[in-house]
Design a binder for this molecule. Structure first.
Ligand SMILES: C[S@@+](CC[C@H](N)C(=O)[O-])C[C@H]1O[C@@H](n2cnc3c(N)ncnc32)[C@H](O)[C@@H]1O
Length: 231
């Protein structure tokens, strides 16, 4: 597992201090929640809405990778003609996703895998998607570097993420609550994920925001470029 040395708790940071034990702790947290995860996350799912999830897959063709697939909440939106692969760090979440894929008849190859050490060749995917994952990944910059590595030239990453709101009122409140949320639930509410994406050398092309800038729908690809915010 990789680590870096910038403390997560500092509001200006783009990435977190990662204890070598942290991925193991994450697995334990999500393993405990796997069977009740769908019930616990109904509000977040309602806030994200179906339109954004559907958009993750618009125009997707060839090989698709979903990272941090969780219990497979996006399976119903997978276009049928794709070769789909989905990974998650937590085997217990993958097990629930397998059941859902079976129930829905979704054709997807599922594996327990760390987004920071993907067992796929370079440039092997046309589209990579994730929803609410990089709030949980102990080292998000390392995760985005891996996405960059396995994305083929001209391919696209589409994400839905919640992040630290930029509001002067809400930002500091989220900073204060970040630690307790992470320890209890396994995700950060004050991540500066756009910074982590830039640090990994990826250029955001589309950034749609919702709910005081907490939820973002993002599209980006490999290489340099200007970022464009659309609310
Ligand atoms: C908040 S859940 C989101 C699940 C799903 N994408 C959804 O929208 O419901 C975060 C997921 O990321 C996974 N995760 C955390 N760290 C990871 C890592 N390093 N690599 C892959 N998955 C990871 C967790 O196991 C968990 O299933």
């Amino acid at each position: 597992m990789r680590s870096n040395d910038v403390p997560e708790a500092r509001p200006a940071t783009t990435t977190g201090a990662v204890s070598l034990r942290e991925p193991g702790r994450q697995v334990q947290r999500y393993a405990r929640r796997a069977r009740r995860y769908d019930r616990e996350t109904w509000l977040v799912n309602a806030l994200i809405g179906r339109a954004w999830r559907r958009r993750l897959f618009d125009g997707a063709a060839g090989r698709l990778l979903e990272v941090g697939v969780g219990t497979g909440g996006n399976f119903r939106f997978y276009p049928p003609a794709l070769e789909a692969h989905a990974v998650d760090l937590t085997p217990a979440m993958v097990a629930v996703a397998e059941e859902r894929a079976c129930d829905l008849g979704t054709r997807v190859t599922l594996s327990a895998m760390d987004v920071c050490a993907l067992d796929f060749p370079d440039a092997s995917f046309d589209r990579i998607v994730a929803t609410c994952v990089f709030c949980s990944v102990p080292d998000p910059v390392a995760g985005f570097r891996e996405l960059r590595r396995v994305l083929r030239p001209g391919g696209q990453v589409r994400l839905i993420e919640h992040m630290r709101p930029e509001s002067r009122l809400l930002g500091p409140i989220f900073d204060r609550l970040d630690g307790p949320f992470y320890r209890r639930m396994g995700f950060h509410i004050a991540r500066r994920t756009l910074g982590a994406i830039a640090e990994a050398g990826l250029a955001v092309r589309v950034d749609r925001v919702r709910l005081f800038g907490i939820f973002h729908y993002l599209e980006f690809e490999n290489g340099a470029g200007s970022s464009c915010a659309v609310s």
